[in-house]
Every structure is written in structure tokens, then in C-alpha cells.
Design a protein around this ligand. Structure first.
Ligand code: SAM
Length: 253
């Protein structure tokens, strides 16, 4: 018996990995984060599987379900939105499983920040523009951000930023970012990437702060910031250049 932490991807049913879908089909017990994981994903489950939405369960109740699955010899599929390694609250579950002597494995998923980039048709790393992506969030009641990681100190790098979990504090987040990035820095909001309700708003930090109605972007919103979002802004990578040789291809000029 094993607990599989499975990345469900950003929402669309066909953006779970093949491995994740196969494990879901085999699991006797399925726990899913109902606030972010689409119920469509449950169509992969076997008809006999026991299925719980973890929005209604504290950690102790989840632990009790893991213990019962172990007694019954069931594999468990624990579905997390996007990739489980990012804001998944998986570490505390894994610690408990270790104490219980229950083996676990992680199956990665498509994160919402790369899904948001896909919605925008954007590359988040461009030569000489930005080669770094900072993944961060603003503090929440459940998870405060450590002192040294405040938005200002991260924004000071001028790199690409993917800001999670901050829809409810959009106004102050944009205002804080404009203290460090120029206010005409390209920025975009993507709501529910890959869901039928998906929408986006592209502009600059300044224009988003004027145009975005906070109530429309409260939940399931990704904020991407950086000059990489400017389609005209890019030196080309040497990788596919005719003058560039590497291990697999000789320069043709
Ligand atoms: C608890 S975190 C989970 C992140 C997830 N592990 C991932 O890799 O995308 C939830 C936050 O992820 C972002 N998010 C999740 N799904 C999204 C989607 N489909 N579109 C835009 N943002 C999304 C939002 O910022 C949301 O507040």
C-alpha cells in the first residue's frame, strides 16, 4: 500500500500526467483538494473508490483515512492542484506518513504558473531580459511569508515573478511591486487557467492597478510580472542559431 501525492495540474482534465491518471484509476481511496482540483478529474477514479474532498477534513481526519487504507491494503491517491511541491501543504502529511510507517511517492504535475504562461503565449525566460523566475506569494492567515522574502526584496532583482495566492490582496500587491519595478513593467493576471471560466488581463503594473476589479480576481489567480511578457523584448538565444555549434549540431555558417 502506498500514498501517491499526485499533481492534478491547473484544472483541465487532460493536463494530469499519464502516470497520475493511471494511479488514480487504481486507488481504493482518493483525497482531493476540492477548492482547486476540478471534479472532472474524478472521472479517472474506479467506480468502487472511496472519494473525499479534503476541504472538509483536518489533518487528523486525513490521517485516520490513511490508517484505514493501510489496514485495507488500498493505495491512496492524494490529488493536489498544479504541482504538489508548490504551496501544497504536503510536507506535514509526509511527516505523518513517515511516523505511521506508510510509504509515499510524489507524482509531479503541471503548475499553474506555467499554465498561466501558456494562456498568455509567453516564455518566462528570455536571454538578456530575465533568466530567473521568482515563485512567491503574499502572506496569508495559514502561511506567513518569512521576513527576508518580502515582495520588495524579491522584486528588487527585476526578474520574472510568478505570484501565487494573492488575489485577495491584489491592490496592495500591485502597489508594493510598483515601489521596486517601474510602473510600466508588463504584468498579467490569469484567472482559472485551463478551466472553462479562464480569463486574463494583460497590461502593466500601473494599468492592472487601475483596471482590475479586485472581486473578479480574488481566487485561483496567477499574477505574472516582468519584461519577458513584452512580446517585442528579446535578444534571441544562440541555441538554434545557424552560427552556433553544440554537441548535437554543427554550425552551418
Ligand atoms: C494552494 S496554491 C496551489 C498551487 C499549485 N500547487 C500549483 O503548482 O499551481 C493555489 C494558488 O495557485 C494559483 N492557481 C492554482 N490554479 C490556478 C489556475 N488554474 N489558474 C491560475 N492560478 C491558479 C493561484 O494563485 C492560487 O491562489
Amino acid at each position: 500500500m502506498t500514498v501517491y501525492f499526485i499533481g492534478a495540474g491547473p484544472g483541465a482534465k487532460d493536463l494530469i500526467t499519464v502516470r497520475g491518471a493511471e494511479l488514480l484509476a487504481r486507488a481504493g481511496l482518493v483525497l482531493y483538494a476540492g477548492s482547486l482540483v476540478s471534479r472532472d478529474m474524478l472521472e479517472f477514479c474506479s467506480s468502487g473508490a472511496e472519494i473525499h474532498d479534503t476541504a472538509e477534513l483536518d489533518l487528523e481526519k486525513q490521517e485516520a483515512l490513511y490508517i484505514r487504507a493501510k489496514e485495507r491494503g488500498w493505495d491512496v491517491a492524494r490529488l493536489h492542484s498544479g504541482d504538489p511541491a508548490i504551496y501544497g501543504a504536503t510536507a506535514e502529511q509526509m511527516r505523518r506518513l513517515e511516523k505511521l510507517g506508510i510509504p509515499y511517492e510524489i507524482v509531479p504535475g503541471v503548475s499553474s504558473f506555467t499554465s498561466a504562461a501558456a494562456v498568455l503565449g509567453a516564455e518566462l525566460t528570455k536571454p538578456l531580459v530575465s533568466q530567473s523566475i521568482i515563485i512567491t506569494r503574499t502572506s496569508g492567515r495559514a502561511s506567513p511569508v518569512p521576513e527576508g522574502e518580502n515582495l520588495g526584496s524579491l522584486a528588487a532583482h527585476g526578474a520574472t515573478m510568478a505570484i501565487f495566492l494573492s488575489g485577495a490582496r491584489m491592490d496592495e500587491t500591485l502597489a508594493e511591486l510598483m515601489k521596486y519595478y517601474p510602473s510600466d513593467t508588463p504584468a498579467a493576471l490569469v484567472y482559472k487557467a485551463t478551466w472553462p471560466q479562464e480569463k486574463k488581463l494583460c497590461g502593466t503594473l500601473q494599468s492592472l492597478s487601475e483596471e482590475a476589479k479586485p472581486e473578479e480576481w480574488r481566487l485561483s489567480t496567477m499574477l505574472l510580472v516582468g519584461r519577458v511578457l513584452d512580446a517585442g523584448e528579446a535578444a534571441e538565444s544562440q541555441l538554434y542559431s545557424q552560427e552556433y555549434s553544440h554537441r548535437y549540431r554543427k554550425a552551418s555558417q
